[in-house]
Design a protein around this ligand. Structure first.
Ligand SMILES: Cc1ncc(COP(=O)(O)O)c(C=O)c1O
Length: 391
């Protein structure tokens, strides 16, 4: 039975030619980039070249980019850095729809003297600039101006797209003369390849990326930080001491190639129309079952507030895990929420949107990618109809 993969938000299909080419290059660059000999220098040059290629796509200077082991690590470093600041306390304003890679370090900061304020999205799953400005103003008025604001760019469960530049502006305006101490972190892991990413235009202080969401390998992430940060790990001083450990040269080369292939504004634009067509087919097909509730319910095909690549849909009365398993038996891979949180039954993102618990527990995520075909969509919908006839 041909498998149909609709879990791209968990991890994308690997771009095999891109990975093979990166591997071939890195095999000849076996020196340690920290070594002074010719082999080491060649590896260092290749690493810096990869960084410069990533910087060109993301619109920032290369020296503001740090290779990490994952998107999770790239989210953790700027947050946990606060623990090592001269005065490790203060207010954090964090959206309630963040991935565990942001949520969990914020919870940890909360245990260690920081005060976390969770900013709920609207029922549409979108964090509004007005709500953020109100929260920042309230914190300033109470004499505890926020040290950090964290809002993700694209939500991994609903596909909701945030207006990052206006969120950044709203937070800084509301902070007034305390704006300089405010750091804005953006988890952009799901944004690359789905929306154009230009960090300079966004105005964020730090941002996290991950290669395996765009055809690159697992185990390599990228942190953007325009301000100095305190390291979490100590070691050999690699990545300017912020992320010590011998560099993953293969991963860095492959990440640069994946960003150039999938992450540019042009690449996003070129693949968008087909993705929108498939989104419309998915939304039409699930509506035709008569049993689907799209989350959020206001979402329509082609709505620019959501990426077409991620659809969250509930089938009331059917536990999500049962449907995921039944679809799997039919050859279709979908998921419930975030792969990183699938061990728990909690659905904090949906709950923050005000989705009723019963509905949230019957919600699955259908996520497609650049190489998903119309035939894959037809097979998904046929499998879904077969499953629903039995459940
Ligand atoms: C929004 C978001 N942030 C962070 C991550 C973590 O990235 P990684 O798997 O590279 O640790 C993910 C992965 O699912 C994600 O979807």
């Amino acid at each position: 039975m041909a498998r149909r993969y609709f879990d791209w938000a968990a991890t994308s299909l690997p771009d095999a030619p891109l990975l093979s080419s990166a591997l071939t290059q890195s095999l000849t660059l076996y020196g340690n980039p920290s070594s002074r000999h010719a082999e080491g220098r060649a590896a260092r040059d290749a690493l810096e070249h990869a960084r410069a290629r990533c910087a060109a796509v993301l619109g920032v200077p290369p020296e503001t980019l740090y290779f990490t082991s994952s998107g999770t690590e790239a989210d953790n470093i700027p947050l946990l850095s606060l623990l090592r600041s001269p005065n490790p306390s203060g207010t954090l304003i964090v959206s309630a729809i963040e991935h565990p890679a942001v949520r969990e370090p914020v919870v940890e900061l909360g245990r260690r003297g920081f005060s976390a304020r969770w900013l709920r999205p609207g029922s549409d799953g979108i964090v509004s600039s007005e709500a953020l400005a109100a929260e920042v103003s309230a914190a300033v008025a109470a004499g505890r101006p926020p040290k950090l604001v964290a809002v993700m760019a694209v939500n991994n469960e609903t596909g909701a797209v945030m207006d990052v530049p206006s969120l950044v502006r709203a937070a800084r305006d509301a902070a007034g003369d305390r704006a300089r101490q405010l750091r804005f972190h953006c988890d952009a892991v799901q944004a690359v390849g789905k929306i154009p990413v230009n960090l300079a235009a966004w105005g964020v202080d730090s941002a996290a990326f991950s290669a395996h969401k765009i055809g690159g390998p697992r185990g390599i992430g990228l942190l953007y930080s325009r301000r100095p940060l305190e390291p979490t790990f100590r070691g050999g001083g690699q990545e300017k001491g912020l992320r010590p450990g011998t560099e993953n040269l293969f991963g860095a080369i492959a990440f640069a190639a994946a960003l150039e292939t999938r992450g540019t504004e042009l690449a996003v634009a070129e693949t968008r129309e087909a993705a929108l067509r498939r989104e419309a087919a998915i939304l039409d097909g699930i509506a035709a079952t008569g049993r689907a509730v799209v989350i959020p319910e206001c979402r329509k095909a082609g709505d620019p507030r959501y990426t077409p690549y991620i659809v969250q849909v509930a089938f009331p009365g059917i536990p999500a895990e049962v449907l995921v398993r039944t679809l799997d038996d039919e050859g279709v891979a979908v998921s419930t929420g975030s792969a990183c949180a699938s061990a728990t039954a909690e659905r904090p993102v949906l709950e923050a949107m005000g989705v009723k618990r019963e509905l949230a527990f019957s919600a699955i995520r259908i996520s497609q990618g650049q190489s998903t075909t119309d035939e894959d969509v037809e097979a998904l919908l046929a499998a879904l109809r077969r499953c629903l006839s039995r459940l």
